[in-house]
Design a protein around this ligand. Structure first.
Ligand code: ZN
Length: 279
C-alpha cells in the first residue's frame, strides 16, 4: 500500500477533495495511487496536454518549459488557443522576444495537416493512444470527427476488437469534456486521409502474432513497425492465440508472463525478437 491508499482507507485522515489549482473535484485514480483533478481544462493538466499536441504535430519550438511559460503569461490556455496566440504578448515575455514568437507561429502554420487518429490522440485522453483510435476508426468505419458522437448517449459505443469497456468509457468522457475545444481546433487543422498500410504477406514473421509488454530499449512504435514490416500481426493485449510475448526478462513472474506460459505463448526477449526479424 502506498501513502494515498493508506490515507484513503484510514478514518483519521480526510483526503483533499478539491483541486488546489482550479477548484475542481479530485478523485482517486483507477489504481488508487494518485489523486486526479476531474476538470479536463485544469491548468495542472493543460501543459501536459498541450505538450502532447505539439509533439504530435512535431512543433519542436514548444518544449514543456516554453508551454508552461506561455500558460503562466496568459498566452495560451488550451490547444485551440495555440492558433490564436497574441504574438506581441509573446514578444514581451522575458527571454522570448519577437523572433521566437515568429518561429512558433511559423511552426504551427506549417504543421496543419493530420489524420483523424492523430488529431484525437493529440488531445491526450488518458489511455487512448493513436493505435486505439485507428482501431476504432477502422472497425466502426468512421470518416469524420462528428462520427465519434453518433450514439453519443452510449459510453460503450467504441467497444470493438482490442477496445474494451474501460477505454471506451474514458474516450467517451474525454470527448464529451474536450469537444468544444476540439471543434475550435478543427477550424485551423486539415484532416488528411491516412496512408494505407502496405500489408506484408509472407515475410520472416509471416502469420505469427506478437504482444509487447513493459519497458524496452527501442520505442514501442519501432518494434511494432518491425512486426508489420516482416508480415507479423500485433496483439495490443495478450490473447489466447498470441504466439509471442516480447518482454525484458523472459524469466519474469509478472501476471502477464505467467498467463503467457500457462497458455503456451512463447516468451521472447527484445534482442531475440529483433534477431528474428533479421536486424
Ligand atoms: Zn484542477
Amino acid at each position: 500500500m502506498n501513502i494515498i491508499q493508506t490515507l484513503a482507507t484510514s478514518h483519521k485522515w480526510n483526503l483533499p477533495t478539491v483541486c488546489p489549482v482550479c477548484g475542481g473535484e479530485l478523485r482517486l485514480s483507477d489504481n488508487h495511487c494518485q489523486l486526479k483533478c476531474v476538470n479536463e481544462y485544469c491548468k495542472s493538466k493543460m501543459s501536459g496536454r498541450i505538450g502532447k499536441w505539439t509533439s504530435t504535430i512535431e512543433a519542436k519550438e514548444f518544449g514543456l518549459k516554453t508551454i508552461e511559460t506561455l500558460i503562466d503569461n496568459g498566452v495560451i490556455d488550451s490547444i485551440s488557443s495555440l492558433y490564436t496566440m497574441d504574438l506581441d504578448k509573446i514578444a514581451s515575455i522575458d527571454r522570448m522576444g519577437k523572433r521566437s514568437a515568429a518561429k512558433m507561429k511559423k511552426e504551427l502554420d506549417s504543421h496543419k495537416e493530420m489524420t483523424l487518429a492523430q488529431f484525437i490522440a493529440g488531445y491526450n485522453i488518458e489511455g487512448v493512444g493513436e493505435r486505439v483510435i485507428e482501431n476504432i476508426i477502422n472497425s466502426k468505419k468512421y470518416k469524420t470527427f462528428n462520427d465519434f458522437f453518433a450514439y453519443a448517449e452510449s459510453p460503450l459505443r467504441f467497444v470493438c476488437d482490442g477496445v474494451g469497456d474501460t477505454i471506451s468509457n474514458k474516450l467517451a468522457q474525454g470527448l464529451e469534456a474536450l469537444r468544444e475545444d476540439m471543434e475550435k481546433t478543427l477550424t485551423f487543422i486539415t484532416i488528411k486521409n491516412p496512408v494505407p498500410k502496405k500489408v506484408v504477406t509472407g515475410g520472416v514473421l509471416g502469420g505469427k502474432s506478437f504482444c509487447f509488454t513493459g519497458a524496452a530499449s527501442r520505442p514501442r512504435k519501432e518494434l511494432w513497425a518491425l512486426v508489420e514490416k516482416n508480415g507479423g500481426v500485433i496483439h495490443e493485449s495478450i490473447k489466447k492465440d498470441t504466439d509471442y510475448l516480447v518482454l525484458a526478462d523472459v524469466n519474469s513472474t509478472s501476471s502477464k508472463a505467467v498467463k503467457a506460459r500457462k497458455q503456451g505463448t512463447n516468451l521472447l526477449s527484445e534482442d531475440d525478437f529483433v534477431k528474428m526479424c533479421g536486424v
